[in-house]
Design a binder for this molecule. Structure first.
Ligand code: ATP
Ligand code: MG
Length: 381
């Protein structure tokens, strides 16, 4: 089995692998790049595994003229920037002792041992610089079947690192086949160990959830999380029932984590998932729109075209109504400007009274579905 692609021909990647091989070491691509190349999906970041120690990788890469950043020396990882392209290079390793997610690692010059400490069989696929695939654990058939399977005993692997619970559902969302269903042993192990999620930082939980919700269709994975009691741990009060209808209604609208999160609801998602201020604001506005009686034009004025569309999708999905895009009304609102200016009310009104009157007129204007003219509004003063 061979993989190919422009990404593999990149002179930085080829140069780095050639330098390691010339020094007598192995250099293997691993993880997402191999997995995605096998599926014909775009390849984003590059991970390499090698039997060279981080010190040797650093020496060899620098001698080849590449910049090396010691990004994760504890885990045996350095980042080599070769011809502007970053490569995360990790020395083959096996866990000799584990304590939470901090593994004391000893180096082992064996791909099989390296594979054994990765999370899922589909993530333990390797390829050399020529694209020749090495599959020590039978990850390829699992990948092609859309089967996310833990490497080794699922419970043991989860207890080493509880983030693997969320990665399980995330990879199922992106690579699982709906007809195949989620791996039963993995699901049971996640359910039995869900309390361990409390040990994870909210940043990491939030980052995983956002990646999961950006899958083309995350609804089956989220439904499985709900059944396993994981969703309630991550986001108490969340209701997964609106998600599948939302994804269905979205059609060609690109996936968006905040829109999907708004469909789930739940208590204080911004805090539970440590959203940025901007994300929290967008989510709050989507929820407010969903719960409001605002017309499509008012939503367009308040939120802009895309987020107003999102609110109509959310209303149809969560409140189980029909979906009508109302695109012209949304566009009318998005283009509208409240026609009264402070100067129109001065000098008769000043200070707080001016502000209060402007707000009252704006409410009148919104209640008219943005139809009252400047003259009509000023006539009310
Ligand atoms: P993507 O980058 O598309 O999210 P990926 O598979 O490359 O997917 P990374 O998080 O970049 O995921 O990790 C690279 C590889 O490292 C994984 O494919 C997996 O083999 C291993 N890995 C990452 N995180 C863990 C973990 N928590 N436990 C075990 N192995 C892991
Ligand atoms: Mg990756």
């Amino acid at each position: 089995m061979r993989i190919a692609g422009d990404w593999l021909e990149h002179p930085g990647t080829q140069g780095l692998c050639a330098a390691l091989e010339a020094a007598g070491y192995h250099a293997l691509l691993v993880g997402g790049c191999v997995r995605n190349a096998l599926l014909g999906r775009p390849v984003a970041d590059l991970d390499l595994a090698t039997d060279a120690t981080p010190e040797a990788v650093t020496r060899i890469a620098e001698a080849a003229g590449f910049r090396v950043v010691p990004t994760g020396l504890d885990h045996g990882t350095v980042t080599v920037i070769a011809r502007h392209r970053p490569h995360e290079v990790t020395t083959f390793r096996r866990d000799v002792e584990t304590f939470g997610r901090h593994a004391t690692v000893a180096f082992a010059s064996d791909v099989a041992e390296d594979a054994a400490r990765r999370d899922f069989t589909m993530n333990a696929l390797y390829a050399d610089a020529r694209g020749e695939v090495i599959d020590p654990l039978g990850g390829l058939p699992d990948l092609l079947a859309g089967h996310v399977r833990f490497v080794g005993d699922a419970e043991t692997r989860i207890r080493e690192d509880y983030l693997r619970i969320l990665r399980f559902f995330r990879f199922h969302a992106h690579y699982g086949h709906p007809e195949d269903g989620i791996d039963a042993e993995g699901l049971a192990a996640c359910a039995a160990n869900s309390a361990g999620l409390e040990t994870l930082s909210r940043e990491r939980v939030g980052a995983e959830m956002k990646k999961l919700l950006t899958a083309p269709n995350p609804a089956p994975a989220v439904a499985a999380m709900d059944r396993a009691g994981i969703l309630a741990r991550v986001l108490p009060g969340a209701d997964p029932r609106g998600l599948a209808p939302l994804v269905h209604l979205e059609g060609d609208v690109p996936p968006d984590a905040l829109r999907r999160l708004a469909a789930l609801g739940g208590q204080d998602p911004a805090d539970r998932l440590r959203l940025s201020g901007k994300e929290a604001d967008t989510l709050a506005r989507l929820r407010a729109g969903l719960e409001s009686g605002d017309t499509p034009a008012v939503l367009g004025w308040r939120l802009g075209v895309d987020r107003a569309r999102d609110v109509l999708l959310l209303r149809a999905a969560v409140l189980q109504g029909p979906y009508r895009p109302h695109s012209e009304e949304i566009a009318r609102g998005a283009a509208a400007q409240f026609p009264v200016r402070s100067a129109d009310l001065m000098p008769a009104l000043q200070g707080p009274a001016l502000g209060a009157r402007l707000r009252a007129l704006q409410e009148d204007w919104l209640a008219s579905d943005l139809t009252l003219s400047r003259a009509e509004l000023l006539g009310r003063v």
